[in-house]
Design a protein around this ligand. Structure first.
Ligand code: CO
Length: 148
């Protein structure tokens, strides 16, 4: 009986680990203005989904910061139009706006941050994108988000 309990505990631990692995993604922004992923697939069975971002570039944050902004695809043009450095590095150069679903501050070299998404905020019929809101970056630093 004791062995059976250990076996069940073991199986439960293994399955928890594999489920947790699908509820997060590691993404790097590099010195070539590239994200290491061009798509993020969010498993809607995850309650929360974490995006772990790291800036692997070497330029100071004021020269080439990297962050992640998440919005509906249809709101991206509007949002890139209101990016302005006057809103500050901590705010990703963006003002408070309902169309910004999530954003992080800009990261400098070797800095990391984690964005925790509530998967209930995403619906399967909608197109979402992630992008870096540093001036001149979003044209190349962008990707799609798939809800499965
Ligand atoms: Co960037």
């Amino acid at each position: 009986m004791k062995n059976l309990i250990y076996l069940l505990l073991f199986c439960f631990t293994i399955s928890s680990i594999s489920i947790a692995g699908e509820c997060e993604i590691d993404i790097e922004g590099n010195g070539m203005m590239q994200f290491s992923a061009d798509n993020i697939t969010i498993d809607s069975t995850c309650k929360e989904f974490k995006i772990n971002l790291k800036n692997t570039g070497t330029l100071a944050v004021e020269l080439a910061g990297h962050n992640i902004v998440i919005s509906k695809s249809t709101d991206a043009d509007y949002l890139t139009g209101i990016v302005n450095p006057s809103h500050g590095i901590k705010n990703g150069y963006l003002p408070k706006d309902n169309k910004v679903m999530y954003k992080t501050k800009f990261l400098g070299p070797n800095e990391t941050t984690t964005l925790t998404l509530d998967t209930n905020k995403f619906s399967k019929g909608e197109d979402y994108v992630f992008w870096c809101s540093f001036l001149g970056h979003w044209g190349v630093m962008n990707g799609t988000i798939t809800i499965k």
